[in-house]
Design a protein around this ligand. Structure first.
Ligand SMILES: C[S@@+](CC[C@H](N)C(=O)[O-])C[C@H]1O[C@@H](n2cnc3c(N)ncnc32)[C@H](O)[C@@H]1O
Length: 296
């Protein structure tokens, strides 16, 4: 069963669950003889600034329906995953913070001053998370490295091909905020399939277009002008969740079965906090820990 977290609690809940996992992860990598061999990375690919803000701005070209600036649920959205990660003890060997905003990158660079003992191990990259991650996945020696990647976008900025690249390393544990209600369900309009640009965005997110058969049903209806073919939405949040977990399971070794459904103050689902692991040997332990952390 998925846990529901309502209202302003959800940002804190999200970051606290990820923090607990990071702590468990680095503890294992410090203590376990075999794990000790690896150089560990924490990658925050939608890093923000690392510091808390009262309000935030959002790029939501694909999701025009939400005025995030004035939504009380989004006030205080930025709670600083980068800083939370830097404060986890024992630490990671390396930290990579990716952010496309130039201003936020400058603020992330300041973390080197705020955390002088980590400074040498912090790298900040300005750019699109998808491009930077794919290059990093390709150029890292996965015989020697292990990583936790946190993807915390506002909307549908994560391409399926990026998740494939992460899974293909077989060395990364992934925490992903999937915008189930914040974006995906909004694009899945009721009485007909979404327009082309929205359909393309959904296909980019799910990595295939079979979402259309899963979420829409065709039927024939009599009208004044004869028979009319209709294609209407049948999917609810549970269907979208089940489909996305299935998609993750098609590329990752294992996926947590109890993702955390984060809801706004009106009880409407906005995000789904998911966990997936690529490494065969470590999968069971990682998923057991994540499922425990995700429990109500
Ligand atoms: C939800 S915020 C991240 C909050 C952060 N994890 C925290 O806890 O403070 C999303 C961030 O992603 C950045 N962003 C949006 N699209 C991006 C992209 N394609 N690549 C990299 N960063 C992006 C935004 O500028 C914003 O700072």
């Amino acid at each position: 069963m998925t846990e529901h977290v309502f209202g302003g609690d959800w940002t804190r809940e999200k970051l606290e669950r990820v923090r607990k996992y990071l702590k468990a992860y680095t503890t294992i990598f410090q203590r376990n003889q075999r794990a000790m061999y690896f150089t560990t990375y924490f990658v925050d690919a939608f890093a923000g600034t690392g510091v808390r803000r009262d309000s935030t701005s959002v790029e939501l070209a694909e999701t025009p329906l939400l005025d995030i600036e004035s939504d009380p649920d989004f006030i205080g959205l930025q709670k600083g995953s980068a800083r939370i990660a830097l404060e986890v003890e024992p630490g990671f060997d390396q930290y990579l913070f990716i952010e496309h905003s130039k201003q936020r990158v400058l603020e992330l660079e300041e973390l080197k001053t705020l955390y002088p003992n980590r400074a040498e191990h912090i790298r900040v990259e300005q750019g699109d998370a998808n491009l930077v991650l794919k290059t990093w996945c390709k150029n890292t020696n996965w015989q020697q490295h292990r990583a936790v990647v946190f993807l915390d976008p506002y909307g549908m900025q994560v391409d399926w091909s990026t998740l494939e690249a992460i899974a293909a390393t077989k060395a990364i544990d992934l925490w992903l905020l999937f915008p189930i209600g914040q974006a995906v369900n909004r694009l899945l309009i009721n009485r007909k399939p979404p327009p082309e640009s929205w359909s393309n965005a959904l296909t980019r997110t799910f990595g295939e277009d079979s979402w259309r058969q899963r979420f829409y049903k065709k039927s024939v209806q009599q009208s004044l002008f004869g028979e009319e073919e209709l294609e209407t939405k049948t999917a609810d949040f549970a269907d979208i969740q089940a489909y996305f977990l299935e998609r993750l399971g098609s590329v990752f070794e294992s996926v947590a079965k109890n993702p955390l459904l984060l809801c706004n103050s009106r009880g409407i689902p906005i995000y789904l906090l998911c966990f997936a692991v690529g490494n065969t040997r470590g999968a069971k332990t990682a998923v057991d820990i994540a499922q425990d952390i995700l429990r109500p």
